[in-house]
Design a protein. Structure first.
Length: 128
């Protein structure tokens, strides 16, 4: 897939990817302009974890995120539908542990929905 006029954005993502230390990027813009497609295009040849939030309860989102993290870490033994880490800090701690093992691109789509359900989420992530 070719991205028209996205060379600059792809180059910026590549430069961040090549940094020795972990990087954090918030990509925002109008809806339906290709933000997710850009990130998934960049991710296609790299280890990545993708999760999309929705307008659900914090508990439901935590369960979904927990399964995504667990299934990435242990694809040979997928999590059951009720699997969840005890809290968001533990879930992001597990994600942080994965990034110690290998460079990992993490894409959290629709992040504002997750923050709407769990307002303390940015602080939790900051402390991982």
């Amino acid at each position: 897939m070719c991205f028209v006029d996205r060379e600059r954005e792809l180059l910026a993502l590549q430069e961040m990817w090549e940094q020795e230390r972990a990087q954090f990027l918030i990509l925002c813009g109008r809806r339906r302009i290709g933000k997710t497609a850009l990130l998934l295009h960049f991710a296609r040849h790299r280890p990545y974890l993708y999760w999309v939030a929705s307008r659900l309860s914090s508990e439901t989102l935590l369960r979904s995120f927990s399964r995504t993290v667990h299934n990435y870490a242990r694809p040979q033994s997928p999590a059951g539908p009720d699997f969840t880490y005890g809290d968001w800090a533990t879930a992001f701690g597990q994600l942080g542990a994965l990034t110690q093992e290998q460079r990992l691109l993490v894409v959290v789509d629709e992040f504002p929905y997750a923050v709407e359900a769990e307002p303390g989420l940015p602080s939790i992530i900051q402390n991982v």
